[in-house]
Design a protein around this ligand. Structure first.
Ligand code: GLN
Ligand code: ZN
Length: 750
């Protein structure tokens, strides 16, 4: 069988693209020099895939910032405000991606959104009534030729026009349907160009097909592809889908004149049954996505072989290509860069480069490879902790319910905490100044003693408490000076986790994250935050809020296990964090915030799966964390982004006492929904945007609070910024918080 890779990571093995881009932004290197780095990365990617024996390699999977933005520029679907800047083409592109402020103008960046159910973010194209679609870019052609010069006849990756239009924001009167034909015609011009350049294969990525589609979506898709497929210009066209199955459009798709269709057999729960029930045309190639492009575990060859055998009952071997389930963009480059992971652990992982070898193994599976691989799945060291499993098994239904019920607790807490009306607080972190980071890094490198490290943090905590008292906040925090990252910090204190050195994965632009790996059963090694919170409390008579990360966020920002369910992993983490909650309470911390910043992130792409595949266990897991506390202990939670308008009942069901969330940038639509849904949880809709250094004035904050009060009951309203302050400077933080406290006082007196 032949093998195919949808796309390869593009940041560079050592994040060369990130460092070169940053230098370019600082004006330290030229555009040519940045382009040279990019070229080196592309070449190395092509050569790596070629040497691994991959038959179908993509070109044009590279991007300086984002492939959706590349597509927008390729067809001039770019707001005039960027095109008008007197800058080079690449600088205009970066202006749209990151904003531009300088002598040539001042424009904000286009917004960014999560790419399906990944932690990668794409730039949202904007279409206005005077946008004129025109194919002008030459990136696909030049990157095709570049690979050709290396002796590889690539398939050219393009974001498909359907997905592109579905992700575009239409700000004028035109809709996707109105411009679909124009866009399809411009794609045809691109096809012709590629064909003239010698290309023979195109891969059109249409991941939007795995979402819930209605009849108008299907009509739009057909309208576009009627044009594209009757103008193939001699090219072989692969329709590539990923991140799920295409149940809503399968029968339409297989009847269109595609040469090959790529389906996801990893995340697509129904892919195999769709194939078996509906068949697959004899004249087309099936690219079977069987190697997981999103997780870092070795492929289970026996399992994959049995999937392939089932596929072969429908598709002949000649028409079968094996591939990755999605682009390898979502996994790190190579295990070769990891020097600290023990060998007996390492052999269970496969990053992008190792996945190439898996494809080559699988394309012609030899007995000894199969046996070697089987052994890996028979035993994995140190991943079973019977105590943890017994604890999970012993969870009772009642453990998911906190008693007494909310109303009763609310009254008890009001009485006990004695907070003023409209209590003021923050989300947890305070500015992470250079000295704070230096203290942590020196401690990590062994340059200072534990005692020195702790003393420094205590000094910072004490200063932070004094500062909050002086500002006049009601519920104080310790400031989170000990944390690098809200997930890694907890992971480091939990057993069952493995950490990497260079396993970077792109999040947006050239910014990467390094998710830890859940290796085995998770439990808490020792109290994690108790000493810090206890110390903070000892510094003041005001209430101090303990600060934890919740189980759903911890798991969503890690590479999860595949040998147990996500539900089980979340339950294990929930029990670990529950221990921490109870320890904090036992140490006199009677307000505890459990952050679920990433709760929304793994919401399934299909609405019908929202509850059964996710919320039905994610929400109870959160309740498991806090159900053991006394009625008078107040549980807060925090979520970034207010994008939960559609799952408000589920959020209320977390049964926290207070929730804070980002609302300052949204149109307050969330507040209407809270009201309509009789949201019981007390709320702190962030009153100012911490993502900007701007200091909001007292008047502005009073006005914002008045707007909020129109929609929220006074007795449920908290006053706070919209997220943690760690990325902010000290000066603007103090000014902003003083204004926030002043605004709360004004509305109290009104
Ligand atoms: N408590 C965390 C902080 O303040 C929350 C961060 C987040 O929501 N991303 O930094
Ligand atoms: Zn946040």
């Amino acid at each position: 069988m032949k093998s195919s890779v949808i796309g390869f990571p593009r940041i560079g093995r050592d994040r060369e693209l990130k460092f070169a881009s940053e230098k370019f932004f600082r004006g330290e290197i030229s555009e040519d020099s940045l382009s040279e780095t990019a070229r080196e990365i592309r070449k190395s990617n092509i050569v790596t895939q070629k040497n691994a024996g991959i038959d179908l390699i993509s070109s044009n999977d590279f991007s300086f910032y984002d492939n959706v933005l590349d597509t927008a520029f390729l067809f001039q679907i770019v707001p005039q405000r960027y095109l008008d800047l007197d800058l080079s083409d690449l600088e205009k592109y970066f202006a749209a991606a990151r904003g531009y402020q300088g002598e040539k103008g001042n424009v904000k960046a286009l917004p960014m959104k999560k790419w399906f159910n990944t932690n990668y973010h794409y730039i949202v194209p904007e279409f206005s009534d005077d946008t004129k679609i025109e194919y002008i870019g030459n990136k696909p052609v030049s990157e095709y030729l570049e690979a050709k010069a290396l002796g590889v006849d690539t398939k050219v990756l393009l974001i498909g026009p359907f997905t592109f239009l579905k992700l575009t924001k239409f700000i004028g009167s035109k809709k996707a349907e109105d411009v679909a034909e124009d866009l399809a015609n411009e794609y045809v011009k691109l096809f012709s160009d590629l064909s003239s350049a010698g290309a023979s294969k195109i891969q059109l990525d249409e991941p939007y097909l795995v979402r819930d589609l209605d009849s108008s979506d299907i009509a739009l898709f057909k309208k576009i592809y009627d044009i594209l497929l009757s103008n193939k210009n001699g090219l072989s066209i692969t329709l590539q889908t990923y991140f799920g199955d295409i149940r809503d459009i399968y029968s339409e798709v297989v009847n269109l004149d595609f040469d090959a269709i790529g389906l996801d057999f990893v995340e697509g729960r129904k892919t195999l049954s769709l194939l078996k029930e509906n068949g697959f045309p004899k004249d087309k190639v099936l690219v079977a996505g069987v190697v997981n492009g999103k997780n870092i575990w070795k492929n289970d060859y026996s399992k994959t072989s049995s999937i392939l055998s089932e596929i072969k009952t429908v598709v002949s071997e000649d028409n079968l290509v094996i591939g990755t389930s999605c682009s390898l963009l979502h996994v790190p480059y190579t295990l070769a860069s990891e020097s600290k992971i023990p060998a007996e652990y390492k052999k269970h992982f496969a990053f992008a480069e190792e996945k190439l070898l898996e494809l080559s193994d699988l394309s012609n599976l030899k007995e000894e490879k199969l046996a070697e691989n089987k052994a890996l799945f028979e035993k994995r060291p140190d991943c079973v902790d019977e105590k943890v499993q017994a604890r999970v098994a012993a969870i009772k239904e009642s453990d998911y319910t906190r008693l007494p019920a909310f109303d009763e607790r609310e009254a008890i807490q009001k009485e006990k905490l004695g907070l003023p009306k409209f209590p003021t607080t923050t989300i947890g972190s305070f500015p992470q100044t250079a000295d704070v980071r230096k203290n942590r890094s020196e401690f990590r490198k062994g340059e200072i003693t534990k005692e020195e490290y702790v003393d420094f943090n205590k000094k910072k905590i004490e200063e932070c408490i004094r500062l909050q008292e002086e500002i006049g906040l009601d519920v104080l925090v310790h400031g989170e000076f000990e944390r690098n990252d809200m997930v890694e910090y907890f992971g480091e204190h939990l057993s069952g986790y493995v950490f990497t050195e260079k396993a970077w994965v792109l999040s947006y632009g050239t910014r990467c994250v390094k998710p830890p790996i859940v290796w085995g059963d998770v439990s808490r090694k020792e109290p994690i935050t108790v000493e810090w919170s206890k110390f903070a409390k000892s510094c003041t008579n005001k209430p101090v809020k303990g600060m934890l990360t919740g189980p759903v966020t911890i798991l969503n920002w890690s590479f999860p296990r595949e040998d147990i369910t996500i539900k089980e992993s979340i339950q294990q983490i929930a029990l670990a964090i529950r221990d921490e909650v109870l320890d904090l309470e036992a140490n006199g911390i009677n307000i505890i915030q459990i952050d679920e910043a990433a709760l929304r992130e793994k919401l399934p792409l299909r609405k019908s799966d929202w509850y059964s595949e996710y919320l039905d266990f994610a929400i109870p897991a959160f309740r498991l964390v806090h159900s053991g506390v006394k009625p008078e202990t107040q549980i807060h939670t925090h979520m970034c982004y207010s994008e939960f308008t559609d799952i408000i009942p589920a959020i209320d069901n977390m049964d926290a006492d207070v929730i804070t969330f980002e609302a300052s940038r949204s149109d307050m639509q969330i507040l209407d929904s809270l009201k309509e849904n009789h949201f019981k949880t007390e709320v702190g809709p962030g009153v100012y945007d911490i993502h900007s250094p701007r200091v909001p004035s007292v008047d502005e904050l009073v006005a914002q609070l008045s707007r909020i009060r129109e929609k929220t009951e006074d007795k449920k309203l908290w006053v706070n910024p919209d997220c943690g302050l760690k990325t902010r400077g000290e000066e603007e933080t103090v000014k902003s918080l003083k204004n926030l406290v002043a605004a709360a006082k004004i509305i109290r007196e009104k």
